[in-house]
Ligand binder design. Sequence first.
Ligand SMILES: NC(=O)c1ccc[n+]([C@@H]2O[C@H](COP(=O)([O-])OP(=O)(O)OC[C@H]3O[C@@H](n4cnc5c(N)ncnc54)[C@H](O)[C@@H]3O)[C@@H](O)[C@H]2O)c1
Ligand SMILES: C[C@@H](O)[C@H](N)C(=O)O
Length: 376
Amino acid sequence: MPVVRMLRQVMGPGAQRPACGCWAPGPPARFLGISPRQILADASFHFASFSETDHPRVLITGGLGQLGVGLANLLRKRFGKDNVILSDIRKPPDHVFHSGPFIYSDILDYKNLREIVVNNRVTWLFHYSALLSAVGEANVPLARAVNITGLHNILDTAAEHNVRLFVPSTIGAFGPTSPRNPTPDVCIQRPRTIYGVSKVHAELMGEYYHYRYGLDFRCLRYPGIISANSQPGGGTTDYAVQIFHDAVKHGKFECNLEASTRLPMMYIDDCLRATLEVMEAPAESLSMRTYNINAMSFTPEELAQEVLKHVPEFQITYNVDAVRQAIADSWPMNFDDGNARKDWGWKHDFDLPELVTTMLNFQVPTPEWPRPTEGL
Ligand SMILES: NC(=O)c1ccc[n+]([C@@H]2O[C@H](COP(=O)([O-])OP(=O)(O)OC[C@H]3O[C@@H](n4cnc5c(N)ncnc54)[C@H](O)[C@@H]3O)[C@@H](O)[C@H]2O)c1
Ligand SMILES: C[C@@H](O)[C@H](N)C(=O)O
């Protein structure tokens, strides 16, 4: 069988005529380096996998960060424990290792990625590996490798094996010349961090692979995400997580952003639900492939006022970190997510008062009120 015909079988008819109606003559050149024998083996594997199960077979990269374990919990409830594989380059804690499949995966290792996708018959991939805004500025070469080269490996693997791909973007994909209040889906994007540049690159490359090769690419721009039982990975919005721990433990908090710095934020349960909802949305409902999502927007001062309602002795002081402040000053203050609400029915559950109550309840579990399972 000619190589091109076999590749079309692997990628399916959607690969030839994507939603845009343009013709996608074939996969990227890297695919054509595969031997025909290998393609044949992979092709029969795919056909078997689609007929065997209604549930997607999921891989999460970078799954041991702030968001990945919560996402795995949510998806395992929905699709079954064994259908969701968490992966990372770090060693998982015991409770994560025993909660479902976990494997080592370095997204910079293209061959290993392909093996994982083929051997596990992966049909959905959530690509969470990244260096966030502040740690990215501290190590630009590593951020460039992980966030850009790693993304290329993911895109090629997903396109080659007909995998539906979710890549999160961020408020950090906008910059000082973007409209900031509110920031619409489509506007000027000239971020000034390597993190932001890599995320704009991811948005554009994913959309390009969609139109050119039929890749089922879906992307949400997340606000700063707030979670109680997972630590943030070195971003500009991390203060909005740490404040709750310090309020309960010490009754005070030293903030590394100025009191008036307004940023869009979201509770983790809303973020993970949005992620599942956009992945399950019918393709016809998606007028775009990259959407803003939003829930609330506040300053450190406003957050502190809300905390004060629950912790009357709470005090906030400010010791501004120049790097984080410059980043925050270039980001959106409010996010316009009207398209997500219109196209696939996005609706957040948590506003600021519910967020603060929930976060503080997590910090002080009582015997009568068992700790809820976050991210489910
Ligand atoms: N948390 C937020 O507030 C937020 C907001 C917007 C977007 N996002 C996006 O969501 C995704 C997940 O965010 P997070 O907060 O969980 O990030 P995180 O920094 O907490 O976790 C990232 C994970 O990637 C892993 N990683 C690093 N290099 C890797 C490599 N070479 N191969 C495989 N894994 C590697 C790390 O070990 C880490 O566990 C990221 O893409 C991030 O940009 C997060
Ligand atoms: C906003 C988001 O992308 C991340 N929390 C950061 O601050 O870098």
